[in-house]
Design a protein around this ligand. Structure first.
Ligand SMILES: Nc1ncnc2c1ncn2[C@@H]1O[C@H](COP(=O)(O)OP(=O)(O)OP(=O)(O)O)[C@@H](O)[C@H]1O
Ligand SMILES: [Mg+2]
Length: 256
């Protein structure tokens, strides 16, 4: 870490004891644990332009939610903008991603309990009255399609123009918007004491289409009826149709 960044960090959180790179790294950022006299922090750093923008958005979301304490996310401590990198400082949470927890689950009973808790956690989140501070637009899906178009035109996505045009002409009938995580895979929820209790990676958190979260949540379980049943034991709001699942998981998600 360069000295300038180190000094700025200490200004924010006090004397630093130790910095360690986490074993589990994300795809778009570098994550480190920072230990001070008082506590541990998570430093999330991004270097590519597009990922720096996402990190900035994540910082804004965490900052807004800090005052609310209504949604379970890490606590926000600061954002540092450097010439070629951006850095978000949040609370270090003692837990592990659901992906890791499932890989380590010692029995199918524990596996199902974890998946059910994910369903319950997402159910409760979608049932909450949307926070207006999280809303970006009145039409979330339209906003995503515009973003996707920009990424296609600028060669920043694996999704094709053909797929995008298909998504534009085959929009699912709209549903009542709810708060959504916006990248609700098993990688981005945290298991604490045996149950899913926290969202991480919250750049996409806003008011939007809950079927997007639901589709990404079940993508790892879709071919396993027992896993899927466990999820819907917890998530009781609505079940996406096969068509809706495909639209969101194999359609829209391709662009992000
Ligand atoms: N607040 C936190 N406390 C502890 N560990 C965390 C925290 N936030 C993230 N992590 C760890 O860092 C890893 C990467 O975090 P995150 O998902 O936010 O990064 P990312 O680069 O955006 O991921 P991707 O692009 O792959 O979705 C997580 O898998 C998790 O293990
Ligand atoms: Mg992630």
């Amino acid at each position: 870490m360069n000295e300038g960044l180190f000094i700025k960090l200490e200004e924010l959180i006090g004397s630093i004891y130790e910095i360690e790179k986490l074993n589990e790294q994300g795809c778009t950022s570098e994550v480190r644990r920072i230990i001070t006299d008082h506590r541990s922090y998570l430093l999330k750093s991004a270097f590519k332009e597009r990922y720096r923008k996402w990190l900035n958005t994540e910082a804004q979301v965490l900052k807004k939610l800090n005052t609310e304490k209504l949604i379970s996310v890490p606590e926000y401590f600061g954002f540092i903008l450097e010439k070629n990198s951006s850095h978000l400082i949040m609370s270090f949470e003692g837990g592990l991603t659901l992906t890791t927890a499932l890989n380590r689950a010692p029995s199918s009973t524990e596996r199902k309990a974890l998946i059910k808790s994910f369903g319950e956690f997402l159910h409760q989140f979608h049932e909450k009255k949307p926070l207006e501070i999280l809303r970006n637009s009145s039409d979330w899906l339209e906003e995503q399609l515009i973003k996707a178009q920009f990424y296609v035109e600028n060669g920043q996505t694996e999704g094709s123009l053909k797929l995008l045009n298909h998504l534009k002409t085959n929009k699912p009938l709209s549903v009542i918007p709810t708060m959504i995580h916006g990248d609700c895979t098993t990688d981005n929820v945290f298991v604490i004491d045996g149950a899913v209790k926290l969202f991480i990676d919250v750049a996409g958190m806003t008011v939007g289409d809950p079927r997007y979260d639901e589709s990404l949540a079940i993508r790892e379980f879709i071919n396993n009826p027992e896993d899927l049943a466990a999820f819907y034991d917890g998530y009781k709001r609505y079940r996406v149709t096969e068509e809706e699942f495909k639209y969101f998981d194999q359609g829209l998600y391709e662009f992000f």
